[in-house]
Design a protein around this ligand. Structure first.
Ligand code: HEM
Length: 337
């Protein structure tokens, strides 16, 4: 068995040096039952969805967009960051379809993603959100097990329901996000679904007072899923033409709100939905997507949910804590092609 320090060192080397990734992953996979490291988490994504040159390990299919974010007075009150003193901030974002398959259908009943970087040239704030209010795992262990249970069976090319049942027996939270996704068809547009941070963050004001929140990007167009006729007739790639058509006549708008926890709501378990028993949601600002962006603008970076300005702090959620390093591994792999 390898010493945990040795494993730790291995993935750090792997992040910095793409050519070593395969060897590092092989060694790491043989190691003990310590929590999965970032290489193992990205291997789990690649194991389920395949490895596709130049593509993200997760949310492989997507479109870069550009626009602006206008912080609200409430956001300036909640967070001491000077970033929000500007009336308008530049925004670059990426809208995506969940999963690591760049050829996935836009009609698939998976999450849609919104990654966003807003900045003033000096400071930045990244938000990386999905279209359901909960994540499919509460911990990195559960994340890897969820994906391994969905590796397609070579004979049927579909996940084995027994493996999924065994995963759910061990990690019951694995049922939460799939149940929400099964309850409706895919979003009819990138502009007609809300996006959720799942993880909680603390907004800290100038007096040092903290306010916990999960973030929700609410669509000005309202929430609309495909109806049965559209689900049957639309082509597999309809989201970008639909978005292009919308943008030709107006900006696509969202309101960012801070959902507040009720007394029983967890700050560290993103697989559980918040009750709505907290104070009323607080409006944080308006996002206006004004156009499509060059792929290079989004593919040359990785959006990182813990890349936060001062005055916004991450929670201790083990999922949130695991994300940045896994995103870096995926970034190194897709840059190496
Ligand atoms: C341990 C938990 C997680 C792991 C290991 C993970 C892993 C990844 C990886 C490897 C990527 C590709 C990054 C890149 O190449 O730039 C990615 C992208 C993404 N993830 Fe996660 N993820 C996790 C949790 C979450 C959660 C909780 C959310 C949302 C609430 C989320 C939303 C997204 C989105 C929207 C993208 C696409 C970003 C883009 O368009 O550039 N992920 N994730």
């Amino acid at each position: 068995m390898k010493h945990p320090m040795h494993r730790n060192k291995l993935w750090r080397i792997a992040i910095m040096s793409a050519p070593f990734l395969t060897a590092a992953a092989a060694l790491a996979t043989n190691a003990s039952a310590a929590p999965p490291n970032p290489v193992e988490m990205v291997d789990a994504l690649n194991g389920t969805f395949g490895r596709h040159a130049g593509a993200r390990a997760s949310h492989a299919k997507g479109q870069c967009v550009v626009g602006q974010f206008e912080p609200s007075a409430e956001l300036r009150r909640l967070s001491r960051s000077p970033l929000f003193d500007h009336p308008v901030l530049e925004a670059v974002g990426r809208l995506s379809v969940g999963g690591g398959n760049p050829g996935v259908s836009d009609k698939s009943r998976t999450v849609r993603g919104l990654a966003l970087r807003i900045g003033d040239g000096t400071r930045t704030y990244d938000l990386v959100m999905v279209s359901e209010p909960v994540f499919f795992a509460a911990t990195p262990e559960s994340f890897v097990s969820f994906l391994q249970a969905r590796v397609p069976d070579p004979a049927t090319r579909k996940p084995d329901p027994e493996k999924i049942a065994a995963h759910n027996a061990r990690y019951p939270e694995g049922k939460n996000q799939p149940a929400l996704l099964a309850a409706h068809a895919a979003p009819a547009s990138y502009a007609s679904t809300p996006y959720f941070s799942n993880n909680a963050f603390k907004f800290v004001d100038r007096a040092g007072r903290g306010t916990w929140a999960r973030l929700v990007m609410e669509p000005a167009a309202g929430t609309q899923y495909l109806d049965a006729a559209a689900e049957a007739s639309l082509p597999d790639n309809f989201l970008i033409p639909e978005l292009t058509q919308r943008l030709a006549s107006a900006a696509v708008e969202f309101t960012l709100v801070a959902q507040q926890p009720g007394p029983q709501d967890s700050l560290v378990d993103s697989s559980r939905q918040w009750s709505g028993d907290g104070q009323a949601p607080l409006p944080l600002g308006r996002l206006r997507i004004t156009g499509l962006g060059d792929a290079a603008r989004c593919d040359g970076v990785t959006f990182v949910p813990t890349l936060l300005p001062e005055g916004i702090e991450p929670s201790d959620d083990p999922i949130l804590k695991a994300r940045a390093a896994a995103y870096a591994v995926s970034f190194a792999r897709r840059q190496a092609k």
